[in-house]
Write a protein that binds this ligand. Sequence first.
Ligand code: SAM
Ligand code: SF4
Length: 326
Amino acid sequence: MAFDRFGRNIHYLRISLTDHCNLRCVYCMPEEMTFRPNAELMQDDEIVTLTRLFASLGFDKIRLTGGEPTVRANVVDLVRRIARTPGVRSVSMTTNGILLSRLAEPLARAGLQRVNISIDTLDPKKFHRLTRWGNVDDVWEGIHAAEEAGLTPIKLNAVVVRGYNEEDVVALARLTQDHPWQVRFIEMMPFAGATDIQVSQMVTAEEIKQRIEAALGPLEIANGGRLDGEARLFRLPGAKGDLGFIASVTHPFCASCTRARLTADGVLRMCLLREKEVDLLTPLRAGATLEDLRRLILDAVWNKPWGHGLEEGVIPLNRTMSEIGG
Ligand code: SAM
Ligand code: SF4
């Protein structure tokens, strides 16, 4: 097992399968985003090698993300290989859902267990504006395909951006009345590429909750008040699903963080919101032994930052969110 110097057991790895994406969400990347050439990204065998290594160090929980993980070539085969890795107990994916209507079933058969699907509004025009060209019907079909494929419990992610979708949180919350889904509202975090909007148009989890309560009445505490991952859970009275609030900016959950991130270009990042990184792909390609890589990983884990520095005004500016992997 891998522990950091604060005693946290780090066992959850988010692997970015690509920095490429089929949308351009305003809170994630600039419209004229340029992506890395494929040769700079981890190849399938490299991802499998590193996954094995992490699993041998006790990383048992894997989430595949991006960019948009479903646009990666051979994603189904890759998921199969990751899911079969000894020591890996859970494989999930965060996706914009656009391609899920045809991929949900094969991904589930390959061993994917769950998906988090991003949908920031149900309004087609607003969805198009937020994603710069997305069609919300594609996501909606993807959600249903995921449910039919058994990729449950379905979690829906909504980043809330002032001037874009802060009023839409009520309609999203209403979905939980009839569906056993967890709808999670995420405070927008600042990175490179879209920093202005990320800082000036952030809506707090508290405001989102108040908006929902003003329209639909008081929420009940769910999950005994405990965090579910990073989300604090509530429920509309009588609802089938839950509402989650992810207050990464105003109420960070750093003390209970068990995560590491492997970017699509093979760099280990121990905190989403800190610039410090350890390159694993370059040494792997240069012929480093598994033991060398193991030492690099354990050292990075040991030195995992305690938490982010947003309160002190420290914003990570070396990558966009899509280049890190959410
Ligand atoms: N493309 C996939 C998707 O959109 O679900 C996976 C990658 S995306 C970077 C992962 C998650 O990060 C999504 O739920 C997305 O909404 C969220 N996200 C993107 N930019 C963000 C930001 N600036 N602050 C908070 N969450 C953000
Ligand atoms: Fe693409 Fe996901 Fe970023 Fe939107 S949030 S631009 S879907 S990577």
